[in-house]
Write a protein that binds this ligand. Sequence first.
Ligand SMILES: O=C(O)CCC(=O)C(=O)O
Length: 292
Amino acid sequence: MTATATVGATALSPQQREAFERDGYLMIRGALDSDEVARYSAALDRVYAEEQDAGRLGPRDPMHKLSAVTSVPETADLLNHPNTFHYVWSMIGWNFHVYHSHVDVHPTVREKRPFRFEWHQDGGRQNREIETDPRPRLSVKLAYFFSDLSEPGRGNTKIVPGSHKWNRIDGPPRRDIEWPDPPGAIEVTGEAGDVLFFDRRIWHARSDNHSEITRRVAFFGFTPRWIRARDEVEDLPNRPWWNDLDPVQQQLLGGFAPTGDHGWGHYPDQTPVYRWLADRDLLDPDYPPLKP
Ligand SMILES: O=C(O)CCC(=O)C(=O)O
């Protein structure tokens, strides 16, 4: 760390890293202030209303909209927020982008829904096509809470702490067959403005919102640039807001990574997150993803 280091420009402490390696998640309390929470909530509500006006959502439907920044451009500031960004680069270095993101609005569920076993690790086929045990981390995710999720029953994310090293859990033969939560499962609770940071391998599931509070959350999954994005990124440089982004945000949305070697990280000096870390003396010869 240099004398000029700013908020967020400090690596996670050894204790925080150890806790993340052990539990597979960390809570970042109070990452957003109340003005930020209000701004992002309003932005998600606007898009929710637009989806309803377009007939894509019914009156009390949940919204799960992919490509967070494409869907809600205001959320670009959450890509490298000073209170969360260091969690991401401390664990996965500089050569990464957002591969999968979504904004979710979950109103109260009034009627019992058919059972569906939702427990999963992120990464889809990564979990079938990689042969190691445990599988590699490959990606981490931030979940920004814009609603008060401090009590269970509000559609909270369920996780099994420490399960990121398990390649499988017991589950039903079909997803619609009722099955208990895995042993050790908890509902993650947090205030509006808190952020859940998790290893993609942690077993997790969404839950139904039985409270009167509408649940609003934005999720950003970060992975090395040599894994391709699931989000829509092709046309982003032509969007009216693209030039308002800083170079780090542009990298995270697929800029600076045309096809070919650059996108694979062959030119660190031309890669904004690398430059950002190098300028602050935050590269770390002892940690492979951050080796200068
Ligand atoms: O909405 C949730 O709580 C869970 C989200 C989820 O399953 C995921 O981000 O992969």
